[in-house]
Design a protein around this ligand. Sequence first.
Ligand SMILES: Nc1nc2c(c(=O)[nH]1)N[C@@H](CN(C=O)c1ccc(C(=O)N[C@@H](CCC(=O)O)C(=O)O)cc1)CN2
Length: 287
Amino acid sequence: MIDTGYSLTLSCPNRPGIVAAVSKALFARGGDIFSAQQYDDVEHGLFFMRVLFTLPDGGDHYQPLQADFTAIAEELGLRWTMRDRTRRQRVMIMASKFDHCLADLLYRRRIGELPMDISAIVSNHPRDTYDGLDLSGLPFHHLPVTKETKADQETALWRLVGETGTDLVVLARYMQILSDGLADKLSGRCINIHHSFLPGFKGARPYHQAHARGVKVIGATAHYVTADLDEGPIIEQDVERISHADTPADLIRKGRDIERRVLARAVRYHLDDRVMLNGRKTVVFRD
Ligand SMILES: Nc1nc2c(c(=O)[nH]1)N[C@@H](CN(C=O)c1ccc(C(=O)N[C@@H](CCC(=O)O)C(=O)O)cc1)CN2
């Protein structure tokens, strides 16, 4: 990952001249493009672009450039984001009973593979659930939840997202369904790891569903969270072969490795401004 310079992502109805307009606007403020990727969604007449660029040292070029783009967005009907990539994003990781994805994300952060700050670790289980992990120095919040307390728990959760300046929420096997309201408020910035190759085996206990179905491949899916359970835009997936001799416990064991790598890839792509929403799907500008 390159955590220098700035990123610009944009999507809009396709038309000639978009790249020229973007390049001209960046150049006008001294922008120097060092990476550019684009995708034409011909079926829907949409254009997607991801640009990485630097700005001249000294003076404020970023604010005026943002103002320039606000005007261009109006003219071209752009949906766009622009970000200073030197500012590490703040990530809240949520988990329940199983901590393999939490542990993996913390490891990848520690070795620098995921350039992120942890804004909070949140669980509906108590801290001692994770006694095997080194959570020292990381803010841990135990937010227990029942059907009766769900509304209050989500109020506390949303308050925590704001108070900690969280940019991205990661559901690392957090086994609670977010309300429609909270899912909507976190739209495009909440990633879940589902332990099946969606759209197969949505909902709870997918490995047991897969075992009962007699599948020969299991998988994991990282997707943005929406109000429609496990229907959110898919970011990354992967699979492993299994056999008739595998028990549900074997599937759970083999699935852990798939879940870890799929979630880590999805988080890295998001942090690296590579993922763009395209209706119910995503565009992922891979490296
Ligand atoms: N609004 C959304 N919330 C969540 C999504 C989502 O796509 N939209 N993904 C789930 C993750 N998940 C599977 O990956 C999942 C988690 C939990 C359940 C479930 O039935 N939970 C029960 C409680 C279970 C328990 O207490 O052990 C419930 O919430 O009533 C199904 C699928 C995360 N949230």
